[in-house]
Design a protein around this ligand. Structure first.
Ligand code: GDP
Ligand code: MN
Length: 389
């Protein structure tokens, strides 16, 4: 579970990590008071889970109340698109309004879990800020990594090693020690999978402050963090997956526009491979399972249709325990409740194939037996659809 910046900062504060003074606003009417309290100059920050806000215009420095109001109006209640939101944007429902600070340097600090060593790992870089992701790829030696044995915890030498990599004098060491210990304690006590402070800024008085914060809580530990579950925000694109899980369907949303509905996880993977191999992109992974139940087909169609990007539906059923007539019946029932505006291509073979095909013919659909033929038809249909429709 990811936390929003203001939620992560709330926890940082609880663990005595310095953060800027700030207020969360969810409507424009609350803005005046807040900005005045900060003295006019402030930073307006869109609260979304996706990264890359700054570069996408989601972090605005405002010198006056008027500028702050303009920025807030620009951001609030609209989707913000960053390199991480894959074309759809993430709705901005809250803004964090913070005091504007001047700092000497932007650093990067994080605590995550290293699967290889099976220990937490702390990372520090003297080159924090919005470009750090590129640094991570280009010159990894600018990032100092320190592994911590979870049984013995943080030792003095861990902190010394990190601090030395910054090349700074002893004035900042005490504040740094406290900072690292506090963030590590937060990471452990709240069962975080990641705490990332980027930028961690160095202030003129040789202390440190978390200017931004990202935090992920391990889902498997949520049962012991009731207070965190309450603030949970399910991102728009996970909503479909949560719903599918509740209905016993195995569903993963993807970025393409060819929706698929398949019986069996292996066949579903193979189907996605076929789609990609033919120059198309799947909109989802969906396994309706092995059991025979028309209701599942109805629910699967409902979930597929919630994705506005879907341009064509591909159903691939290899009947075994799953009976073709059940799938066809489910499809027929679904169509009796709602009309299908987008084209559908189906491959149906195996148990009760004839009966299934007859049911589909009744409602004007044809099904292929051969997967290759079905995918060829799918390609024709998909390519016949004009982009942007
Ligand atoms: P992100 O793009 O979502 O990671 O957003 P951040 O919260 O990290 O902000 C992006 C950048 O905005 C930071 O790296 C800073 O350079 C800048 N920034 C944010 N707050 C302040 C501030 O109070 N003062 C100044 N001068 N810059 C800020
Ligand atoms: Mn950041």
């Amino acid at each position: 579970m990811k936390l929003l910046e203001y939620q992560a900062k709330h926890l940082l504060k609880e663990y005595h990590v310095p953060i800027p003074e700030g207020f969360v606003v969810k409507g424009l009417s609350e803005l005046n008071k807040v900005v005045q309290q900060l003295g006019g100059r402030c930073v307006v920050k869109a609260q979304i889970l996706a990264g890359g806000r700054g570069k996408a215009g989601g972090v605005r420095l405002a010198g006056t109340l008027r500028e702050a109001a303009a920025a807030a109006e620009d951001l609030l209640g609209k989707p913000l698109e960053t390199y991480q939101t894959a074309g759809q944007g993430e709705m901005v429902n809250a803004l964090l309004i913070e005091e504007q600070l001047s700092f000497l340097k932007e650093l990067y600090f994080s605590v995550t879990y290293d699967r290889e060593t099976q220990t937490p790992v702390m990372m520090l870089s003297a080159e924090g800020g919005v470009e750090i992701e590129e640094i991570a790829v280009k010159k990894t030696d600018s990032i100092r990594k320190v592994h911590v044995n979870p049984l013995t915890g943080i030792q003095e030498h861990h902190i010394r090693e990190l601090y030395l990599s910054l090349g700074r004098g002893k004035e900042g060491y005490r504040a740094f020690t406290e900072l690292v210990r506090n963030i590590y304690r937060l990471y452990m006590e709240r069962d975080a999978a990641m705490v990332e402070i980027n930028p961690l800024v160095l202030l003129p008085d040789d202390t440190f402050l978390a200017l931004d914060a990202k935090m992920i809580i391990d889902d498997n530990a949520l049962f012991r963090h009731g207070d965190l579950v309450e603030i949970r925000k399910v991102p728009d694109d996970e909503q479909q997956e949560v719903e599918a899980r509740e209905k016993g369907l195995s569903f993963v949303k993807l970025d393409g526009d060819v929706a698929c509905m398949v019986n069996g996880a292996g066949l579903a993977m193979a189907t996605m491979d076929m789609i990609k191999h033919n120059g198309m992109e799947p909109a989802n992974f969906l396994d309706i399972g092995g059991s025979s139940n028309p209701q599942k087909v109805i629910e699967a169609l409902d979930i597929i249709m919630k994705n506005p990007r879907v341009k064509v539906i591909f159903i691939n059923v290899f009947g075994g325990i799953t009976r073709c007539d059940d799938v066809a019946n489910g499809f027929k029932k679904a169509l009796s409740r709602r009309s299908l505006e987008i084209p559908m291509v189906m491959r149906l073979t195996g148990t009760n194939e004839k009966e299934g095909r007859r049911i589909l013919e009744e409602i004007g659909y044809e099904a292929f037996t051969d997967l290759k033929e079905a995918v060829a038809r799918l390609k024709e249909v998909r390519n016949g659809i004009r982009e942007g429709n």
